[in-house]
Design a protein around this ligand. Structure first.
Ligand SMILES: CC(=O)N[C@H]1[C@@H](OP(=O)(O)OP(=O)(O)OC[C@H]2O[C@@H](n3ccc(=O)[nH]c3=O)[C@H](O)[C@@H]2O)O[C@H](CO)[C@@H](O)[C@@H]1O
Ligand SMILES: C=C(OP(=O)(O)O)C(=O)O
Length: 420
């Protein structure tokens, strides 16, 4: 299993190109199942989760190629299987996103209950409830969601909570359903807007994406389209936290600052100077960070996927920050590892109280999930001495060439490859 070795204490300076968003690219790849024509995607990041999704689609019969420059062509004209097996689904939450497309286009699907980051229970009851409301017959059998329908029928669906992949699955199911579907309490994340824009290019009739009420008028069939995946706001936020922790100046290219309002304003509160253009962000830091409390919320609130990284910045801040994680019940697994580096963090239920220390000290730590891994890298970059981050396969699920990008702006970070 690969590890990262970091020598901390170097300021970061330079330019980084932000990749396409994992959480937009994954549903968009699954959307290719909705048409027999070719879908061409640009700006698809080279990540383990993308590889897993392409393998899953291949197993269903979808032909694809992923070029080095991030272009993927997908052809779902010959779908030969309607089953997503456990082996391909176990590591990745987003694999549940083949359920809606398969069911609505082929009337049947058998999808293993998904894995993904172990940050909470993460049931898929709202996906199932919504599809049942559209007329699907669904059973859970031997760890699989087994769904059947003749043609799904549009209806009004109100999910009990705001769910990102739930909204995506139901939106994809609704595009080929008979009549109008209204999704109430819908998620408003930029990745949902990106998916809806692709679907509309394919001939879908979706309105209201980006608001909490999405209206979808079903059509008989969709056609091929070409689409550029939106920039990864979490990757961009992670790099800004890194420069906030080490000091220095970073220019992020091909970023989407309009999707990052809550993160940018918290980072400014922490002391970074941030300037933005349409597709770039410049962030600089020349002092010790200020303690900055926050509560995670659905978009446009502060994203849970940035909680661990901003916590890492708070560990060396001046003052005490109160952090509340509202989305997932088990998303503080980085706290113990940050503690090994000298961080002072107390947890009480959903609340973490971080008392900043002047300096962290390097240690061997273990990554437990994707964003937890990123927080340990940030802590290692800022710490005095050597840090080894173990189990970085989590990081490889969601960050494209992270250590190369960090090295290009001056970080002393290397990957230690070990035979499995
Ligand atoms: C691939 C992808 O896009 N992953 C993102 C997606 O995950 P994901 O789509 O899994 O997250 P959800 O928005 O669905 O989850 C929000 C909350 O609702 C609960 N819930 C959700 C669905 C359901 O049927 N029942 C239920 O109880 C979840 O356990 C969680 O507590 O949004 C999360 C919240 O922004 C992000 O952290 C993930 O990075
Ligand atoms: C939690 C995440 O991913 P997933 O939903 O794929 O587990 C994430 O991207 O931070």
């Amino acid at each position: 299993m690969d590890k990262l070795h970091i020598t901390g204490g170097t300021r970061l300076n330079g330019e980084v190109t932000i990749s396409g968003a994992k959480n937009a690219a994954l549903p968009i790849l699954c959307a290719s199942l909705l048409t027999a024509d070719t879908v061409t995607l640009h700006n698809v990041p080279a990540l383990n989760d993308i590889g897993t999704t392409l393998r899953l689609l291949k197993q269903l019969g979808v032909q694809s190629d992923h070029s080095k420059d991030g272009i993927v062509h997908l052809d779902a004209s010959q779908v030969t299987s309607l089953e997503a097996p456990y082996e391909l689904v176990k590591t990745m939450r987003a694999s549940i996103l083949v359920l809606g497309p398969l069911l609505t286009r082929f009337g049947e699907a058998r999808v293993s209950l998904p894995g993904g980051c172990a940050i909470g229970q993460r049931p898929v009851d709202q996906h199932i409830k919504g599809l049942e409301a559209m007329g699907a017959d669904i059973k859970i059998e031997h760890g699989f969601v087994v769904a059947k329908a003749t043609r799904l029928k549009g209806t009004a669906i109100r999910t009990d909570m705001v769910t990102v992949t739930g909204t995506e699955n139901l939106m994809m199911a609704a595009v080929l359903a008979e009549g109008r579907t209204t999704l109430e309490n819908a998620a408003r994340e930029p990745e949902i807007v990106d998916l809806a824009e692709l679907l509309n290019k394919m001939g879908a009739r979706i309105q209201g994406h980006g608001t909490d009420q999405i209206i979808i008028d079903g059509v008989e069939r969709l056609h091929g389209a070409s689409h550029q995946v939106v920039a990864d706001r979490i990757e961009a936020g992670t790099f800004l936290c890194a420069v906030g922790a080490t000091g220095g100046e970073i220019m992020l290219r091909q970023a989407a600052p309009h999707t990052m309002g809550a993160v940018i304003s918290k980072l400014e509160e922490a002391g970074l100077t941030i300037e933005c253009g349409d597709d770039w962000i410049r962030g600089s830091m020349s002092k010790r960070p200020r303690a900055t409390g926050f509560r995670t919320r659905e978009y446009p609130g502060f994203p849970t996927d940035m909680q661990a990284q901003l916590m890492a910045l708070n560990t060396i801040a001046d003052g005490t920050a109160v952090i509340v994680e509202n989305i997932f019940e088990n998303r503080y697994m980085h706290v113990q590892e940050l503690g090994r580096m000298g961080a002072q963090i107390d947890i009480d239920g959903h609340t973490a109280v971080v008392t900043g220390v002047p300096q962290l000290s390097g240690a061997t730590v273990m990554a437990t999930d994707l964003r937890a891994s990123a927080s340990l890298v940030i802590a290692g970059l800022a710490a005095f001495g050597e840090t080894t981050v173990e189990r970085i396969y989590h990081l490889d699920r969601g960050y494209e060439r992270m250590e190369e990008k960090l090295r290009s702006i001056g970080a002393q970070i290397t990957r230690l490859q070990e035979a499995a």
